[in-house]
Structures are given as structure tokens and as C-alpha cells.
Design a protein around this ligand. Structure first.
Ligand code: FE
Ligand code: FE
Ligand code: MG
Length: 171
């Protein structure tokens, strides 16, 4: 799109930004689906607390996909049009839940968030001082991913400590 808004981008091609954003867009849809599915299949101790967190994160990932798609369009690009492209464009892949126990589900999700943090941190480095608007959006998403990891790690630590405590009282 030939807009003044896009003319302020310096030192990087908008097509390059679109390419990188489409990869992140694929990640967000897969992250959304991962949380959505995990919330359906999760089993075990304190599962209600974990369910609430997974559901909240699913909503956040869908909101991220929405933010990224809007920015891609603003840059004159097209968001990936076919869900089959999510698998071929993703940075972080998809961690299919195989073990439905709360602790295993939390560990899969923590891995996903750690990859998201690395991805957005690199993306922020790439667009910094070149595309302020994308940089600002990526920073907001990055802050959410950092919060996601911390929330999941807290739950993981609470549950594993609780299980250890129960085990010690049974000895
Ligand atoms: Fe996200
Ligand atoms: Fe996240
Ligand atoms: Mg949370």
C-alpha cells in the first residue's frame, strides 16, 4: 500500500516484514489451537485452575493473530490464506498433546511460550529503528508471551510442590 504511514518505514522492505509477520501469524494460530485443544483434554489434579489459564491464553493468542493480520494488511500484504500454510510457515511448530496430565500439558505449553519469546525478541531486534508500528505491536505481544510463560511456570511449580507434599505425608 502506498501510504504515508508505510513511507516512514526505513531500512527494511515491507515485503520482508510481511514475510516475518506471516510466520508469527502461523505460530499464533497454532498456539491458539494448542491451548484450545489442551483445555479440552486436560486431566488430573488442579485441572480447573489450569483450564482457566489455558482458556485465557487461547483468547490471547487469537487476539495476537488478529493484531498481526491487521498489520500485514496495513503493510499491503496478505495474511496466509490457507490453514495448511500454518504448518509450513511456523517458527515454533505444534506440540501435539500426547500426555493429557496437567503437568505434561503445562510443560508442552511452557516450551511453546519459550519459543514465542525467542521469536518475538528476534523480530523486535529486526524491526527496531526501522518500523516503529510493527516494533510497538511486537513489543506488546512479547510482553504477553513473557506473562504467559510466567503464569504457566507458577502453576507448574505449585502443582509439583503440592504433589511432592502429598507424597511426603504418605511416607
Ligand atoms: Fe501469542
Ligand atoms: Fe502465548
Ligand atoms: Mg495468563
Amino acid at each position: 500500500m502506498l501510504t504515508r504511514g508505510n513511507s516512514i518505514i526505513k531500512g527494511i522492505e515491507t515485503t520482508e516484514i510481511v514475510k516475518l509477520l506471516n510466520r508469527a501469524y502461523a505460530d499464533e494460530w497454532l498456539a491458539y489451537y494448542q491451548y484450545f485443544t489442551e483445555a479440552k483434554v486436560i486431566k488430573g489434579i488442579m485441572k480447573d485452575a489450569v483450564f482457566a489459564e489455558l482458556t485465557q491464553h487461547a483468547n490471547d493468542e487469537l487476539r495476537h493473530a488478529n493484531m498481526i493480520a491487521d498489520r500485514i494488511v496495513q503493510l499491503g500484504g496478505t495474511p496466509l490464506l490457507n490453514p495448511t500454510e500454518w504448518a509450513t510457515h511456523t517458527n515454533c511448530g505444534y506440540e501435539e498433546p500426547k500426555n493429557f496430565d496437567v503437568v505434561a500439558i503445562l510443560e508442552d505449553s511452557i516450551k511453546g511460550e519459550q519459543c514465542a519469546i525467542s521469536t518475538y525478541s528476534s523480530l523486535a531486534d529486526i524491526v527496531k529503528d526501522k518500523d516503529i508500528i510493527t516494533y510497538n505491536m511486537v513489543s506488546q505481544i512479547l510482553a504477553d508471551e513473557v506473562e504467559h510463560e510466567a503464569d504457566l511456570q507458577d502453576l507448574h511449580d505449585d502443582i509439583t510442590e503440592f504433589v511432592e507434599h502429598i507424597k511426603s505425608t504418605m511416607r
